[in-house]
Structures are given as C-alpha cells and as structure tokens.
Design a protein around this ligand. Structure first.
Ligand code: G4P
Length: 288
C-alpha cells in the first residue's frame, strides 16, 4: 500500500507551490475540484495555506458516482463553515449550470464594485485539484470542448494556460501538479479505490481485498446482489474476492480461483459505479 508521504516528489510540489503563489494575484477566486466520493482525501491540505484568503469555491465532482444524500450533507457542512460548494458531474454534464451563478455570488462585492466603476471585466478563476479529479473534464465542459488559449498576459509565463469560457469568465488551468497527500494509509486506500492513484504503484489484489473487506462490512447486500455471494461472519476480503471469482468462473489450472482477474474487475466495477453510488468519507470527517 502507498504509505509513503508524497514528498517523494519534492521538486514537483515546490514548483507547484511557487506557481500557485505567483498566479494568485492574477485571479479573483480559486476553484478547487475534489472527488465527491472522498472529499477529504482528494484535497491537498497545503492548499488552504497556499491560497490564504482568496475566495474559494469547492466543486464536488463525480457526484454521479457518490451517494446523493451524503453529497447534500457535505454541501450543507461546507455552507455552515462559510465555504461555497457545488456538486457537479462532468461526465454527464449535470450541475454545471450552477457554476457561474455560484462564482458570481461568491464574488458579489467585487463584481458590484466593478460594475459601479463601469469596468467591463471578466471574472478570473484558477482551477486546482489533485490529478484525475476531473479538472480537464470540468474545463472542457464549460468551454464545450473548445478549449482555446487566450494570449499570454504581460508578466505571465508562457506555461500559464488562460482559458476563456465566455465574456464574463476566464479560467486559469492548474499551474502545476497538486499531488494528494497520503501519509495516512487509510487516505492512500481511498485514493486508490477511487482510481486517483495509479494501479501500477500498488498491489491490485491487496487493494481489492481491502475494498472487499470494506464492502463486506458496510454493504454486504450489494455484494450479494452483484456477485451472488453470501457474506458470512468472519469472511476476510480475500475470502470474498475468492467467492466472487469462483462465482464468475475465473478459474485457473487446478480449479484455483484467479483472484487477480477478479481484483481488476472489482476495482473497475466499483470505479465505474456498477456497484452503486458510494461516498467513502462522511461529513464527520470535516475538520471544524
Ligand atoms: P484531471 O484533468 O483532473 O486529471 O482529470 P480528467 O478530467 O482527465 O478526468 C479523469 C477521469 O475522470 C476521466 O476518466 C474522466 O472521464 C473522469 N471524470 C471526470 N469527471 C467525471 C464525473 O463527473 N463523473 C465521472 N463518472 N467521471 C468523471 P478516464 O477513464 O481517465 O477517461 P475517459 O475514458 O472517461 O475519457
């Protein structure tokens, strides 16, 4: 399991930190994209310190894969903390119509000031998030696929990607790779279950066993329905993986179950929403 701290890329993080800091003065707001299934683990905790008091809008993306009721609770919890949040599904395109109004509401005072002064100026927002959380999908959705780069601005390096959405909004594409932080093994597991960490850095079977164990404990009926297996007391994740593999007929020589094949299928089906909609982190995990 990935238990090491993400400091294994110290150069990357330092560069990203510098780029975010440089870009902050160029934007009116920070749009932070997180995975609605793991709103805590899919955030880089350094971001709070990095963006300081810049107005922030949290986008809970992949809401189509998350438990609807829990997503609503997350949004309410953020609101109670005075943080603006919006749930969207960039795959199906749902919820995105609420983005611009939410951003305008967040920047209400600034927008009113610009209008008062007769300034016809677009809102500029920086889009940040850990890899695979859906940043490109989000930007592509807003620009309807026509992701055009506007001219470089004076004093801004060429690597900065300004993306015009319409007359009223310009987005700055993530100025670097913001890795998640998984010095906590449980955070690492959740990032891996949802596909935020690439499978080639970990043992697929071990990961699938953890997931089976979790599902067996909390959602036994779903395993029964999907894989036609009985979840019995004392079953380990490996036991459940073997049962499911046997039921699917994934047998190798000597009638041994091909648990690796079943592991891949379980992870694919879980990530693709075929087992249902799950949120692995509940509101109690929000740091007050
Ligand atoms: P990134 O720029 O932050 O790295 O993420 P990106 O947009 O590339 O999205 C990563 C994966 O997540 C893509 O899947 C994308 O389709 C999927 N995705 C993004 N937003 C949503 C969403 O709201 N719901 C669901 N269900 N999926 C979403 P992929 O398998 O890597 O690519 P593809 O096969 O879909 O093209």
């Amino acid at each position: 399991m990935p238990s090491q701290n993400i400091q294994w890329f110290p150069g990357h993080m330092a560069r990203t930190r510098r780029r975010i800091q440089e870009s902050l003065s160029l934007v009116d707001a920070v749009v932070e994209i997180v995975d609605a299934r793991i709103p805590v683990s899919s955030r880089n905790p350094e971001l709070d310190g990095l963006t300081g008091r810049k107005p922030r809008l949290i986008i809970l993306n992949k809401a189509d894969l998350a438990d609807e009721q829990t997503t609503r609770r997350w949004i309410a919890a953020y609101r109670r903390q005075g943080v603006a949040a919006l749930a969207v599904d960039c795959k199906g395109g749902r919820g995105l119509e609420g983005f611009l109004p939410a951003l305008r509401a967040l920047l209400h005072d600034s927008v009113a000031k610009w209008e008062e002064r007769g300034m016809n100026r677009a809102i500029r927002a920086m889009v940040v998030g850990i890899p695979n959380v859906g940043k490109s999908s989000f930007i592509n959705r807003l620009t309807k696929g026509g992701k055009a780069k506007v001219e470089d601005r004076p004093g801004v390096t060429r690597s900065k990607q300004w993306v015009p959405v319409d007359r009223t909004l310009e987005l700055l594409d993530t100025p670097g790779i913001l890795w998640p932080k998984f010095d906590d093994v449980e955070v690492g597991k959740r990032l891996a279950f949802t596909g935020a960490i690439k499978d080639d850095v970990m043992d697929i079977e071990e990961l699938a066993c953890y997931l089976m164990e979790y599902l067996g404990k909390h959602y036994a009926e779903i395993l029964t329905e999907r894989y036609k297996i009985e979840v019995e007391e004392g079953d380990t994740g490996y036991d459940l993986l073997t049962k499911a593999g046997r039921k699917r007929g994934f047998l190798m020589r000597g009638a041994e179950v091909d648990t690796e094949r079943m592991a891949r299928i379980l992870l694919d089906e879980f990530r693709g929403g075929k087992l249902g909609r799950f949120t692995l982190e509940t509101v109690e995990k929000v740091r007050e």
